[in-house]
Ligand binder design. Structure first.
Ligand code: AR6
Length: 179
């Protein structure tokens, strides 16, 4: 599914983020930037050891709700944005932290002249964020950013499983009506 959002394109597809040819891909990391399972494990496996070496050399960790940038190693993408989403607790702060994790990635794109990025569904795996709510927050955050940032031409959400893909598709259909 593809929507024109202001001067940019917002896509929702089912697939594997490690195979994307956008300039950057997002990662769902942890605050120690220690690697792990899920999409984090898949990105480090596909990108090779250069990504972890750069993380260790440059950063001492990353607060929840923020993100850091590295090169893409062996990936097609030139950069990886390692975002740390919240572990779902049910508090109002979760939404703010999830939104800020995506927003920081978008700000890093602007700072590094990156005009296309693919995101996974941050926090909805082992971090337990309910996907219906997380998908609305993710898409709304991107749409709000694109309003003032036409330099970002393409944002693609790449969802691994059909349940997550359908949730993002539904959320985008609803949000597109408000544009
Ligand atoms: N491409 C796209 N999405 C994927 C892929 C892939 N190759 N593999 C998994 N997903 P999770 P979180 C989806 O658990 O909840 C790690 O250990 C997955 O189906 O990866 O933010 C980190 O180190 C789900 O929809 O991230 C952290 O400790 C989504 O990616 C912790 O997990 C996110 O699931 C972060 O947990």
């Amino acid at each position: 599914m593809k929507e024109n959002v202001y001067q940019s394109v917002l896509e929702v597809v089912q697939g594997d983020i490690t195979q994307q040819d956008t300039e950057a891909i997002g990662n769902a990391a942890n605050s120690r930037l220690a690697g792990g399972g899920g999409v984090d494990g898949a990105i480090h496996r596909a990108g090779g050891p250069a990504i972890m070496a750069e993380l260790k050399a440059k950063y001492k960790g990353c607060p929840t709700g923020s993100a850091v940038i590295t090169g893409g190693g062996n990936l097609k993408a030139k950069y990886v944005l390692h975002a740390v989403g919240p572990i779902y607790s049910g508090s109002q702060k979760d939404a703010d932290l999830l939104s800020s994790a995506y927003r920081t990635c978008l700000e890093l794109c602007t700072q590094h002249n990156i005009s296309s990025i693919a995101f996974p569904s941050i926090s909805t795996g082992v971090y337990g964020y309910p996907v219906e709510e997380a998908s609305r927050i993710a898409l709304k955050t991107v749409i709000d950013y694109l309003k003032d940032h036409p330099e970002i031409k393409l944002v693609r959400f790449v969802l691994f499983d059909s349940k997550t893909f359908k949730a993002y598709e539904e959320a985008l259909k609803k949000l597109a009506k408000t544009l």
